[in-house]
Write a protein that binds this ligand. Structure first.
Ligand code: ATR
Length: 264
């Protein structure tokens, strides 16, 4: 039986095992997917276990998406451009790091029936997932991407990867069509982003990468302003789907049962 893992710290909140094990069972694959909380110093051992074929594939989450890169033999184009790895597999005696967050974001937005083409996008945060979001938005032909982060130099650093983005100070709200919360603020139900949206106009799209809780205070603001809102659940499902395809060479089905499974 092949073994797959999601690694991170913290990892308790991850619903990846529920999703992957559902698809594994549905497609009658002889495999199991588990979650594992690890520390920095465990990364080398994990890579060794992949080489020894004790582990067939790994999903990587916060805070290891960048940290794992020096230990990997080969990066896919997507992982190289974004400097972010969320899916690892072993092929031709090489450990390959890939990024399926890009596909996850793009397909999730398409499922939400929003057209990014020619839109101004405002991103809050500059953490692990933001380079994937920027790359996907550029692919989808957004006209302008503005990033702001509490710690400004982390947003400035993203300019090394994406020279066309604009960075603004935390607290400044520029004109935009779509706003994305990519910070970790909202993971706790009571979390509030300390920004003043009172001058904001309607007809914006509020998107939160967080999917648990289902409606963060950030999405509640969008809701109250009668704006379209969307949480990160579809992105989560589609990044998992892309990883599943890479590992098992099977396109799993996305249905209502899956979305219910994730409503915990
Ligand atoms: P990492 O920063 O290690 O990649 P992450 O969970 O991917 O971790 O990113 C957390 C993001 O949420 C960061 O953009 C962080 O901003 P800082 O770079 O300033 O830390 C943001 N964040 C976390 N708590 C926040 C808060 N209370 N207000 C605003 N932004 C916050």
């Amino acid at each position: 039986m092949k073994k797959y893992l999601v690694i991170g710290n913290p990892i308790d909140h991850s619903l990846s095992p529920e999703l992957h094990n559902y698809w594994i069972k549905k497609n009658k694959i002889d495999a199991i997917y588990e979650k594992k909380k690890i520390n920095n110093e465990d990364l080398k051992k994990l890579i060794l276990e992949i080489r020894e074929k004790k582990i067939a594939g790994v999903n990587v989450t916060v805070p290891f998406k960048q940290q794992i890169i020096p230990l990997i033999d080969k990066l896919s184009n997507e992982a190289k451009i974004t400097q972010s790895v969320n899916t690892i597999y072993y092929k031709n005696n090489e450990i390959v790091g890939h990024n399926t967050d890009i596909d996850g974001f793009e397909l999730g937005i398409k499922e939400a029936k929003y057209n990014v083409n020619n839109k101004n996008i405002f991103i809050l945060g500059a953490g692990g997932v933001v380079s994937s979001i920027i790359y996907a938005l550029e692919k989808m032909k957004a006209s302008k991407i503005i990033v702001c982060n509490r710690t400004k130099n982390k947003a400035e650093n993203l300019k090394k990867l994406f020279k066309n983005i604009t960075v603004v100070d935390w607290g400044h709200i520029p004109d935009f069509d779509m706003i994305i919360n990519a910070t970790s603020v909202g993971l706790k139900e009571e979390d509030r982003i300390k920004l003043d949206f009172s001058e904001m106009h309607r007809n914006k799209f509020f998107y939160d990468v967080i999917y648990n809780p289902k409606e963060t205070n950030f999405l509640k603001i969008g809701h109250e302003l009668n704006c379209k809102t969307e949480n990160g659940k579809k992105m989560f499902v589609f990044q998992a789907l892309a990883a599943f395809k890479v590992w098992h060479n099977v396109e799993p089905e996305v249905n209502e049962e899956i979305y219910k499974l994730l409503d915990q």
